[in-house]
Design a protein around this ligand. Structure first.
Ligand code: FMN
Length: 210
């Protein structure tokens, strides 16, 4: 099976968030999709390892925002590679609160939705949540951030919890690879204070390609 064929499936990039008993969580996803029109329903696959999954399961509601192409790397780093169990992802950014009381990032977004979970399918590593949209709003008409743009232009990777994660292929190039997100740096030496531009981990999380 040629796993690179899966790169030909197109996605946008979104942040899905939820809140339960004042505990807010949110993560980057590429698996959000509208699945029915009347009523409008959206489906999203969330890893059981993500804090967002547990919070969403308990609250039964989620917010989703569609990210724009100029989305700050810092936002992707925090929501795509860090855990809501360890940090408050909503501190230090401008935050909106939807009708269900769910916080969502207000910057770098083209549209936002608020959904109530009506179904849940156990996919093993992930739950597929189906939510009926209760709110939908266009925020701006800027170009959207697609997964292809993120991967090919920004050279961004995905952590193991993402359904789109693929094990890095053995490379013959000289350089260093980030073990957290797969970012590749073609260089002979790696400075000890180097920080991954995609996910923010330090030089100690890089492995040398041999
Ligand atoms: C480009 C990209 C796409 C991702 N897509 C998904 C996804 O569809 N589902 C998922 O569960 N995790 C996905 N992730 C991983 C989560 O965003 C990541 O594990 C996050 O740190 C989980 O945060 P939490 O533990 O606070 O919920 C993706 C990450 C990136 C960078």
């Amino acid at each position: 099976m040629d796993l690179s064929a899966f790169y030909k499936v197109t996605y946008g990039l979104y942040i899905v968030s939820s809140i339960h008993q004042e505990k807010a969580a949110g993560c980057v996803v590429n698996t959000l999709v509208q699945v029915t029109a009347e009523p409008a329903k959206m489906a999203v696959a969330i890893s059981k390892k993500n804090t967002t999954c547990a919070v969403l399961e308990q609250s039964g509601v989620f917010a989703a925002v569609a990210l724009t192409q100029d989305t700050k790397q810092e936002l992707l780093k925090v929501f795509g590679f860090q855990s809501s169990a360890k940090i408050d992802k909503f501190s230090g950014i401008s935050v909106g609160i939807d009708k269900n009381g769910i916080p969502y990032p207000m910057e770098n977004i083209a549209a936002r939705f608020s959904c109530r979970v009506v179904d849940r399918l156990d996919l093993g590593t992930h739950f597929l949540f189906v939510g009926e949209a209760e709110e939908a709003e266009i925020i701006c008409e800027d170009p959207l951030l697609t997964y292809e743009h993120y991967r090919l232009i920004r050279k961004g990777g995905t952590p193991k919890n993402a359904p789109s994660y693929q094990k890095p292929l053995p490379k013959r190039k000289m350089g260093y690879r980030c073990t957290a997100c797969g970012y590749l740096l073609e260089t002979d030496t790696l400075p000890s204070d180097f920080v991954c531009p995609v996910c923010g981990v330090g030089a100690d999380k890089f492995e040398q390609l041999k």
